[in-house]
Write a protein that binds this ligand. Structure first.
Ligand SMILES: Cc1cc2nc3c(=O)[nH]c(=O)nc-3n(C[C@H](O)[C@H](O)[C@H](O)COP(=O)(O)OP(=O)(O)OC[C@H]3O[C@@H](n4cnc5c(N)ncnc54)[C@H](O)[C@@H]3O)c2cc1C
Length: 307
């Protein structure tokens, strides 16, 4: 039986691997289908401490992987399909194997929702993103847009007014879904221009593949037009990747895993870290911090088990 199986190879999973590796627990890490997690989908990361000149997202994740492996983490390219409680621990079933472990750290992240338009995969990091805190500062004195009408869309739009020359707030309806205070604040900002009853139907790029315009459709009149923007911030929610746990742990109304004490879930020995349990901060450094905390909690739990 393994001491610890870590599910996920984003900032949370790799940091948990570094800590449990250094604690001689020989962690087994399941990589999932997105090896290195969300940061592998972006270009430059400017806010991860220790890299004053910035670092490319995939490079940062490669370094974390190497650091984990250096301390004995074993990374397997498997996707967890279920976790069940067994005598003395857990059984984790993947597409190709089963693993048994005394503790499990779930660090499976959350996937930002996108519109499902043709070229969006290639555009992420080239004018399409879902994180204003991460990418807002790259777009100074240029027009940008936010898609969405909830609290996070309003928060992102307000934040972006610090940098952008103009922030279009594109929403499917004729009023915001956000709380009144958030909606009033964003609409009072002179840099914000709401675009009501509209949806984006196409992302238009220049010949270098960078975002230049969005094509809009008015859902009431059917009218179409284009808007010049250098970046699109999609704020239509995230999906926490916790479905494979099949109700084993308690989650909130949006599916984010709930912690009871520290990083422990309602199931003793099952810990969680990173975006799968965090709909508030959603940053690389907070996910890494959580991964460290989950590793320390797992270590202490194992030490108590062994008396
Ligand atoms: C485009 C973009 C740009 C960003 N830029 C920045 C930035 O500049 N600075 C910053 O601080 N943050 C940034 N972020 C946010 C940051 O990437 C996340 O907060 C961070 O990656 C969360 O780490 P995580 O480990 O919780 O999850 P993730 O990075 O989402 O990793 C989840 C991991 O779990 C694995 N997984 C999922 N399901 C399973 C399963 N069933 N079995 C096994 N494995 C599974 C996946 O394969 C993946 O390896 C950005 C995010 C995006 C999308």
């Amino acid at each position: 039986m393994e001491n610890v199986v870590i599910i996920g190879t984003g900032c949370a999973g790799y940091t948990a691997a570094i800590y449990t590796g250094r604690a001689n627990l020989a962690p087994l890490v399941l990589a999932g289908t997105q090896i290195g997690g969300q940061l592998t989908t972006t270009t430059e990361v400017e806010n991860y401490p220790g890299f004053p000149d910035g670092i490319m997202g995939p490079d940062l994740m490669m370094r974390m992987q190497q650091q984990g492996e250096k301390f004995g983490a074993r990374i397997v390219y498997e996707n967890a399909e279920s976790v069940e409680v067994i005598d003395g621990g857990f059984r984790i079933t993947t597409g190709s194997a089963t693993h048994e472990a005394k503790t499990v750290i779930v660090a499976t992240g959350a996937s930002p929702r996108h519109l499902g338009l043709a070229n969006e995969k290639e555009l992420i990091g080239h004018g399409l993103t879902s994180c204003a805190t991460c990418d807002g500062a790259f777009y100074r004195n240029v027009p940008v847009c936010v898609i969405g009408g909830g609290d996070s869309a309003c928060e992102e739009a307000s934040f972006l007014t610090r940098f952008a020359s103009k922030v279009y707030l594109i929403h499917r309806r004729d009023e915001l879904r956000a709380s009144k205070i958030m909606a009033d604040r964003v609409l009072a900002n002179e840099k914000v221009e709401p675009v009501w009853d509209s949806t984006v139907t196409e992302y238009i790029t220049d010949d270098k593949g960078e975002m230049t315009k969005v094509k809009l459709k008015n859902l009431k009149t059917g009218e179409e037009n284009k808007l010049e923007v250098k970046c699109v911030f999609v704020a239509i929610g995230h999906v926490p990747n916790a479905q494979f746990l099949n109700g084993l742990v308690n989650v909130d109304e949006n599916g984010y895993i709930l912690k009871t004490k520290g990083t422990q879930t309602n199931v003793p020995g099952l810990f969680t870290a990173g975006d799968v349990a965090d709909h508030v901060y959603r940053q690389a450094i907070t996910a890494a911090g959580d991964g460290c905390a989950a590793a320390l909690d797992a270590e202490r739990y194992l030490a108590e088990l062994e008396g």
